[in-house]
Design a protein. Structure first.
Length: 389
């Protein structure tokens, strides 16, 4: 049946769910089953779980459970500062393509105010100021503070103060949301001496930050007064452009950027930069969780392979032991048959003491190698302790 809005009665509707309730649901039933109840794909529900920092069952969890294997359920971690504890999950309308992150509302960027001066600067900004005091501009007029995988600060003298005030506002905004920012000195790391990292700790993840002024490029024009004896003549000349780019994430890996544009300056976009830091931390957390799940799955596969190998070795040992016992039993009975034949040839009244002593020893030896002499010890365990027995 269809209602007045064109929806079927059985079609999932928007539902508000708490972290605790969703945590219980994803550990009670497979993720795809729970996702269908909300009208989402399993990927969409997984993203909702990651947004709420809800641990999910690892790969192979339900298969191991069906086979009676012991599985562990991690506890629900406490919500981090600024993290939502409740979510309104909206299913995608029937017949439409679901969005990249269905059911998860986009947060509003916070308002970030850039101060006119640095009188009460953030400690990390003050540290940057101290580092910059010892720097001289490069051939393009740019002051640079190097990091392990690229510069964390690149700006001309004319733009330096503006860049520092932007960082100051961003660092303070992050701190208000429970994300402290600090400068990590990597001076002791060999050839990377004198390099630094700007790290924002967001939900337990280290998010790298950097700011850089773009260079303007123009065709090189030779000055008649130049020394023409140079072997290399540059094709382009570069100069500071005044355009600042804020980067969130590793320079050479996946990262996000917020920059000066025609419609808005970087000062007006710092709210987006705050959200970019939180989104980067969420992705790092998801990558870490996926890596942990993959490592756990690989460890479980390795354990099962080891169990199978140990079981096969145990079966070989059981077979070898069985053959050895059978051979010992045959040997013991052959010895007894032989001793009976000896006794028939040597009547008891004509045997010497030495012969009787040897016959006694021989019978004892036959009993010692006969597994049936201790029949209660013959049976061996068919399964190893690793098999759960």
């Amino acid at each position: 049946m269809w209602d007045a809005q064109g929806m079927t009665e059985n079609e999932p509707k928007a539902q508000q769910v708490t972290r605790e309730a969703l945590y219980e649901q994803v550990w009670a039933k497979p993720l795809r089953t729970v996702a269908a109840e909300y009208g989402l794909s399993d990927v969409g529900l997984a993203k909702a779980c990651d947004r709420l920092n809800i641990p999910r069952p690892p790969v192979g969890h339900w298969v191991r459970l069906e086979h009676g294997k012991k599985v562990e359920r991690p506890p629900l971690p406490p919500a981090a500062p600024g993290q939502p504890t409740m979510l309104l999950i909206k299913p995608a309308p029937a017949g439409t393509t679901r969005s990249k992150d269905p059911g998860v509302p986009k947060p509003e960027p916070p308002v970030v105010v850039v101060e006119d001066n640095l009188k009460k600067a953030h400690p990390a900004v003050r540290q940057l100021q101290q580092i910059l005091r010892d720097r001289t501009p490069d051939e393009h007029g740019i002051l640079i503070v190097h990091g392990p995988d690229g510069a964390i600060f690149r700006a001309s003298k004319a733009t330096k103060d503006r860049a520092l005030r932007i960082l100051d506002a961003l660092f303070k905004a992050l701190a208000l949301r429970g994300h402290p920012v600090a400068i990590d000195n990597t001076r002791e790391v060999g050839y990377l001496g004198g390099r630094y990292r700007v790290l924002a700790t967001v939900h337990g993840q280290d998010v790298r930050l950097s700011i850089a002024e773009r260079l303007s490029q123009r065709e090189h024009v030779r000055d008649p007064r130049d020394d023409h004896s140079r072997l290399f003549e540059p094709r382009f000349d570069y100069s500071p452009s005044g355009i600042l780019v804020l980067q969130v994430g590793s320079r050479w890996g996946r990262h996000r950027t917020v920059k000066d544009g025609e419609r808005a300056k970087l000062e007006q976009l710092l709210g987006r930069a705050v959200l970019a830091c939180e989104a980067e931390a969420a992705e790092l957390m998801q990558i870490q969780q996926e890596r942990t799940r993959r490592e756990q799955a690989e460890a479980e596969c390795a354990r099962l392979r080891a169990v199978e190998q140990a079981r096969a070795e145990h079966q070989k040992l059981l077979a070898a032991d069985l053959v050895a016992m059978a051979n010992s039993w045959v040997t013991a009975n052959r010895i007894r048959d032989f001793l009976r034949a000896v006794e028939n040839r040597l009547p008891a009244e004509g045997r010497s003491e030495g012969a009787n002593a040897w016959l006694g020893w021989a019978r004892a030896h036959a009993d010692s190698i006969d597994p049936l002499s201790a029949a209660e010890k013959i049976a061996k365990k068919l399964m190893l302790a690793a098999d759960g027995v």
